[in-house]
Ligand binder design. Sequence first.
Ligand code: ZN
Length: 64
Amino acid sequence: MTDTATEQSPRADAAHEHGWLTESSHQTSEGRVLYVRCTRCGVRRVDLQPHPLLPPQSLSRDCG
Ligand SMILES: [Zn+2]
């Protein structure tokens, strides 16, 4: 239990680690945009990966 107490997740059991599956992605001038979905609770997120060697950053928190 650390962070997600006030997070609005549809029906995620409180403390599972989201298992993000990339549904689609496309290249933009800002970097690579990744549309990911948690395979466990179905929550969606949009990530931006500015560089192939850098980890993606979340653009939106659990919108869906
Ligand atoms: Zn999840």
